[in-house]
Design a protein around this ligand. Structure first.
Ligand SMILES: Cc1ncc(C[n+]2csc(CCOP(=O)(O)OP(=O)(O)O)c2C)c(N)n1
Ligand code: SF4
Ligand SMILES: [Mg+2]
Length: 375
């Protein structure tokens, strides 16, 4: 195959981008386009499938195959796209409302099946498109138009759902950190199975600054821990802080204090199949702990689409009928000829009816219908 020298521009469509100026979605899309340009995959092999929401307008702006589907069902449509076209590189674009509220059921079952898709969850912790209602990732007490006195419910933590649904890949990024987003998108694309990337996204209109505590440039070194597989979990301006395991819990320690050395700091293993430590990392939150980013979990697990193809091939070896065409042309078939229901003579087409339609033999209505359908 000739070398593909794509640039970001090759993945931008001619459609006018209609996100608000300053919306975090722009940076996420740019990181996706950079990732796709560098993957060495022909453009026609990409399909981008979205639900409904501001984030879900994404496929319009991509110069790839795409489908802006219905609310909460991007995962279902994308599953079908992938199973019918296993060689496509399929990306699901969804929001916190789209994936966690109306699409919650489809989200967890996609992950449980481990279909080879990449899902990017734009988490602005609000319904943006419908103008600012609270979402399943909004904090307890959060005031919006639909919760004027503050919500009285606790939010989902998307990574917890992924682990709970036996997820094989979970990563986190931030809209403004395009380098990090690009690296986790690449890792997601290379992972076999469902990869979920949660991106903390700022909605400048309805939830501006919701991630500021984490992204604030002055404090971010102390508040963000960017994980790398095989490396110690260090953070802070001079990487002087790290994560240790003490009394069954993760804890922040400072190297050089209380006898702590670099050897006490946990080393990240994204490939560990036991999800306990990955869950603890996902649960880390301010103010006591930094928030964890990067690829948190990436483990090998059976992939649904591969298993499906394998199973069909296996079954075909021992069956006389190996596909639907063969089924329809098998068993008791006979020809339907004669006049149609309107009395017009000679339906010239030969219609094969197999055993499933046998009970209708002799039915003039069916006969006429078949003539009409096959004319
Ligand atoms: C069946 C159905 N119910 C409700 C809606 C209204 N609706 C459209 S988008 C949306 C929420 C979008 O929020 P999110 O997924 O977080 O996307 P964002 O706009 O924040 O990117 C809702 C409730 C709809 N379009 N269809
Ligand atoms: S409403 Fe919010 S999420 Fe939607 S385009 Fe505007 S800034 Fe982005
Ligand atoms: Mg949202």
């Amino acid at each position: 195959m000739a070398e593909l020298n794509y640039t970001v521009k090759d993945f931008k469509s001619e459609n006018e981008v209609r996100w608000c100026p300053g919306c975090g979605d722009y940076a996420i899309m740019n990181a996706v386009q950079r990732t796709m340009a560098g993957m060495g995959i022909p453009r026609e092999k990409y399909a981008v499938i979205s639900g409904i929401g501001c984030s879900s307008r994404f496929p319009y702006y991509m110069s790839t195959y795409g489908f802006h589907t219905i609310h909460g069902r991007a995962t279902a449509v994308a599953s079908g796209v992938k199973l019918a076209n296993p060689d496509l590189n399929v990306w699901v674009i969804t929001g916190d409302g789209d994936a966690m509220a109306i699409g919650g059921n489809h989200f967890i079952h996609l992950i449980r099946r481990n279909i080879d898709l990449n899902l990017i969850l734009f988490n602005n912790r609000i319904y943006g498109l419908t103008k600012g209602q609270y979402s399943p990732t909004s904090d307890r007490g959060f005031k919006t138009k639909t919760s004027p006195f503050g919500t009285i419910e606790d939010p989902f933590v998307p990574g917890q759902l992924v682990i709970g649904a036996r997820g094989s890949f979970f990563a986190r990024s931030i809209d403004g950190n395009m380098k990090l987003s690009q690296s986790v998108f690449e890792a997601a694309a290379n992972h076999k199975g469902t990869s979920v990337v949660e991106v903390l996204q700022n909605c400048v209109i309805f939830n501006d600054g919701i991630h500021d505590m984490i992204t604030d440039p002055v404090h971010k070194a102390d508040r963000q821990l960017i994980l790398e597989h095989g490396k110690p979990m260090l953070f802070g301006n001079e990487n002087q802080k790290g994560i240790i395991f003490e009394k069954g819990k993760l804890k922040v320690a400072v190297i050089g204090e209380n006898g702590v050395t670099i050897d006490d700091i946990l080393v990240h293993d994204a490939t560990e199949t036991d999800p306990s430590l990955h869950m603890s990392l996902i649960n880390m939150q301010l103010p006591d702990m930094p928030v964890v980013f990067g690829v948190i979990r990436s483990v090998e697990a059976p992939v649904y689409d591969t298993e499906l193809v394998k199973q069909i091939k296996e079954v075909q070896k021992t069956r006389k009928i190996t596909c639907v065409d063969e089924l329809l042309n098998s068993g008791n078939t006979w020809e339907v000829t004669g006049n149609d229901t309107a009395g017009n003579p000679g339906c010239p087409k030969v219609v094969r009816i197999n055993f499933t339609t046998k009970i209708f033999k002799g039915s003039a209505i069916l006969q006429g219908l078949f003539c009409w359908l096959t004319h």
